[in-house]
Design a protein around this ligand. Sequence first.
Ligand SMILES: Nc1ncnc2c1ncn2[C@@H]1O[C@H](COP(=O)(O)OP(=O)(O)OP(=O)(O)O)[C@@H](O)[C@H]1O
Length: 223
Amino acid sequence: MDKGASLFRFHQDTLGYAGTPVLRELSLEVREGDKIALLGESGTGKSTLLRRLRELRPHEVAWCPQQPGLVPMLSAFHNIYMGRLERHPFWYNLANLVRPLARPRAEITELASQLGLAGQLWTAAERLSGGQQGRVGLGRALYQQKPIFIGDEPVSALDERQADELLRLVCARHRTVVLALHNVEQALTHCTRIVGLRQGRVVLDAASQALTPDQLRTLYRSR
Ligand SMILES: Nc1ncnc2c1ncn2[C@@H]1O[C@H](COP(=O)(O)OP(=O)(O)OP(=O)(O)O)[C@@H](O)[C@H]1O
């Protein structure tokens, strides 16, 4: 299969915060068509890398952060709609806030049913369960309709069946996907490439088909 165009390329780079390095000697290339799972212990730098990817191509990235950051008083519908706020003029967004317009209403109703949120579309975010809030956050990222999906543990609040369904949806709707995950089976099932981090360094970068869950679990073993 042809390799897609290069989207992100790091060569011996350091990523971190205000002079504090988190990822060291980072060499990594992400190409169009990649479906990458980032694995590694908590605190090893997965979110730091994902944030950097988003900063590098802000207009092409559908961003699903670890904390969905929903507006508590607004409905699931309106929180999902916020994924496209910037695409519309102020008056359109205001009109849609007061009385949802036909087009976004149809689009978001359809998306909400794929997310298993059909019955919660008009419920305020603050009245949803943690898993439902996570799905609204995911819906907002999907509604952005950008070619690259970057998700920071986007299904961590969901049960296995829902997580599998939604990861399938994410991968079907985006050519390029980079996800921080903790579940090695989910990573191998849904992603074609695994990047493993340990103590701020890339220690694994291989095709999923060449790997087993046990090999991936070693990323979480203390040495
Ligand atoms: N905004 C920030 N300012 C300074 N340091 C930060 C900031 N965000 C994260 N860090 C530090 O960077 C390191 C890596 O954090 P990061 O969130 O990238 O890890 P992670 O692998 O995504 O962890 P988790 O699986 O728990 O989400 C940690 O030591 C963390 O304290």
